[in-house]
Design a protein around this ligand. Structure first.
Ligand SMILES: Nc1ncnc2c1ncn2[C@@H]1O[C@H](COP(=O)(O)OP(=O)(O)OP(=O)(O)O)[C@@H](O)[C@H]1O
Length: 312
């Protein structure tokens, strides 16, 4: 049984020089295993190499070096099966303006060699909420509808792996919700989802596991909770009964007095205990009305990991 939907080893990509542009190495040797059935986040700053990686997986860009296995099929020795195992919803809204959604799905199915009797265009149109618009010209569709059509096109061959490249960039909350509902449903049916997004909160909510790419290298891959636990930093927010003035931050903590009068103590949980904060408050006779803790979010982890490596 294949445990990983995708296995990538030693993947390198150098774009050839053109004009006065020198060659550009976009991927420097990527090793990545994407577990079957997961919702996997591929994150990284602009220019990190995410699109290059996705386009290589989709067979749209040729790699310079390395191995890729998709659902047990080696991309070099079994390109047809490996391509049939993956569907990609691209970032650009590149739908043909003269095709209706139904025609666009039929054409796409034709490209994958799916016989007419096995096509499921109506089912896909219903899933993406475009049954009403099935026969309308694509140029009359709104941006959100086009994006849903792109999702539909990625699904015509019922791939085991679905790649979503920035699926929610610039879409409103309703469409975003619908996309996520669809993605969750597909994942429950066993489809492995690979997602790139600039919305880190979205990745935090949706992804079981995350890899962060920077300057063409994977700098971390971990389960989302473990990744969030990597920053050994906590903030304890105390709301005092009455306003506190002149309190010094206990050793090992930073104190921020917030606009609502609460006191936020940030400390490293490995070296400082919350007790030292409560001790300091007690010595100053501060009565505590409320207390809560704030854990680091993915954004903080992301910034801390990507800003510590210098550029190429
Ligand atoms: N066709 C190309 N020719 C030359 N260089 C390219 C080409 N495509 C991408 N690059 C370069 O390769 C690097 C990685 O680009 P890529 O688009 O893969 O990054 P990304 O992580 O997807 O960024 P973004 O989030 O902005 O889409 C960048 O430095 C980019 O300028």
């Amino acid at each position: 049984m294949v445990e990983n939907a995708i296995e990538i080893s030693g993947l390198k990509k150098t774009y050839a020089a053109h004009g006065n542009q020198p060659p550009k190495t976009a991927l420097k040797g990527i090793d990545l295993a994407i577990p079957k059935g997961s919702i996997f986040g591929l994150l990284g700053p602009n220019g990190a190499g995410k699109s290059t990686l996705i386009n290589i997986l989709a067979g749209l860009v040729t790699k310079t070096e390395g191995q890729i296995n998709i659902c047990g099929f080696d991309q070099d020795t079994n390109p047809r099966h490996s391509r049939a195992s993956i569907g990609v919803m691209p970032q650009e809204l590149n739908v043909d303006p003269f095709f209706s959604p139904r025609e666009a799905l039929e054409v796409q199915a034709g490209l994958y060699g799916i016989p007419k009797s096995k096509r499921t265009s109506d089912e896909i149109l219903a899933m993406i909420g475009l049954t009403d618009k099935a026969d309308a010209y694509a140029r009359t569709l709104s941006g959100g509808m086009r994006r849903r059509l792109l999702l539909g096109k990625a699904l015509v061959h019922h791939p085991d792996v679905l790649v979503l490249d920035e699926p929610t960039a610039g879409v409103d909350i309703e469409i975003r919700q619908m996309l996520w509902d669809n993605v969750r449903k597909l994942n429950e049916q066993g489809v492995t989802i690979i997602l790139t997004t600039h919305y880190l909160e979205e990745a935090e909510d949706m992804c079981d596991e995350i890899a962060i790419i920077n300057h063409g290298e994977v700098i971390v891959q971990d389960k989302t909770p473990a990744l969030l636990g990597r920053l050994d930093r906590k903030t304890l927010v105390i709301t005092p009964e009455t306003e506190v003035t002149g309190l010094a931050a206990p050793a090992g903590t930073e104190l921020e007095k917030r606009a609502d009068g609460s006191l936020a103590f940030t400390y490293s949980s490995g070296t400082t205990s919350a007790n030292s904060i409560f001790g300091a408050l007690s010595r100053e006779n501060v009565t505590i009305k409320d207390v809560r803790s704030e854990e680091p979010d993915l954004e903080e982890v992301f910034v801390s990991l990507t800003s510590s490596k210098s550029g190429s």
